[in-house]
Ligand binder design. Structure first.
Ligand SMILES: Nc1ncnc2c1ncn2[C@@H]1O[C@H](COP(=O)(O)OP(=O)(O)OP(=O)(O)O)[C@@H](O)[C@H]1O
Ligand SMILES: [Mg+2]
Length: 287
């Protein structure tokens, strides 16, 4: 059974007013345990609106969200429980750091879950380890941390709730290349260590192609493409027509194909590109 299932979900902001915006339109998807779903799309395509339904923060205008087959809006207690089962890390989460120490900030979620002090302590230290924050930093003020460290502290706060599903909304936005790499590596490590399901919103098609098992492409509120990474990224021409930044190798193969070179157009990783070049060269050598 899917851990998360979304059925025909639509969300309208300011419904029945002159300002109404249909931010998400009729989106359906299924995420199996342990998968990494990558969500891609232009700014304003509805990514953040969609994912904020997964833990019941936003209520659908129509449609359903199911966790382990159970509708999270069934009753108040189920919706409340979804807050902890699905850990949500917002865009620029460091703006929500507010406690005197990093330790207190990371423990905010687990404290809300009314866990024992020992259990809270265990979780805070484990989450800090996952994001590579040394113990010495835990007693510092979050405002004394660097940008990358603040971001990692905020992510640790969500990990410390030990959610079944970890949702990260553009966790690398605004960081330098090294900070971005660190975050992506720690997400991969967290996923292999815990076996958790992860949903990652990203503007980087390259990162999604490399890390995700499934991909969802949002376009003007709709799920334009959804499937395994292979199914989605092999449709480079469609991604380009939506104005999305396909991986550099995909662009090269699409343009070779446009110039009449008989290459595959469903290439999106360096390994596939190398194999395709080998195939072409082999053909030439035989000819
Ligand atoms: N609180 C809100 N009230 C009204 N409209 C909103 C609200 N939040 C988002 N919108 C609108 O809904 C649409 C989808 O926005 P959303 O933030 O979900 O997109 P996004 O894909 O996450 O964009 P980005 O990549 O910039 O984060 C946009 O047209 C946006 O202006
Ligand atoms: Mg967003």
């Amino acid at each position: 059974m899917a851990v998360l299932e979304v059925r025909n979900l639509s969300h309208c902001y300011g419904a029945k007013t002159q300002m109404q915006v249909f931010a998400v339109k009729n989106v359906s998807l299924r995420v199996e345990a342990g998968e990494l779903l990558g969500v891609i799309g232009h700014t304003g395509s509805g990514k953040s609106t969609l994912i904020q339904h997964f833990n019941g923060l936003l209520t659908p205008t129509s449609g359903e969200v199911l966790l382990d087959g159970e509708n999270i809006f069934k009753d108040k207690a189920t919706t409340h429980a979804a807050r902890f089962r699905v850990g949500m890390c917002f865009q620029y989460p460091e703006y929500q750091l507010f406690e005197e120490t990093v330790y207190k900030d990371i423990s905010f979620g687990p404290r809300n879950m009314k866990l024992s002090d020992d259990e809270i302590d265990r979780r805070v230290r484990k989450a800090a380890q996952f994001v590579g924050l040394p113990d010495a930093l835990l007693e510092k003020s979050p405002f004394d941390l660097s940008g990358g460290e603040k971001r990692r502290a905020a992510i640790a706060g969500v990990m410390a709730m030990e959610p079944e599903i970890l949702v990260l909304d553009e966790p690398t936005a605004g960081l330098d290349p090294r900070g971005r790499d660190t975050i992506l590596r720690l997400v991969e490590h967290y996923r292999t260590e815990t076996g958790s399901t992860v949903i990652l919103v990203s503007h980087s098609m390259e990162d999604i192609a490399r890390m995700a098992t499934k991909a969802l492409v949002m376009n003007r509120g709709e799920a334009a493409l959804y499937g395994t990474v292979d199914e989605v990224f092999s449709q480079g021409d469609k991604l380009v027509s939506m104005g999305l930044d396909v991986p550099a190798v995909t662009r090269i193969f699409l343009s070779l194909h446009d110039r009449g070179v008989p290459v595959r157009t469903d290439v999106y990783t360096n390994e596939q590109a190398a194999a395709e070049f080998r195939r072409l060269l082999g053909k030439e050598a035989r000819a």
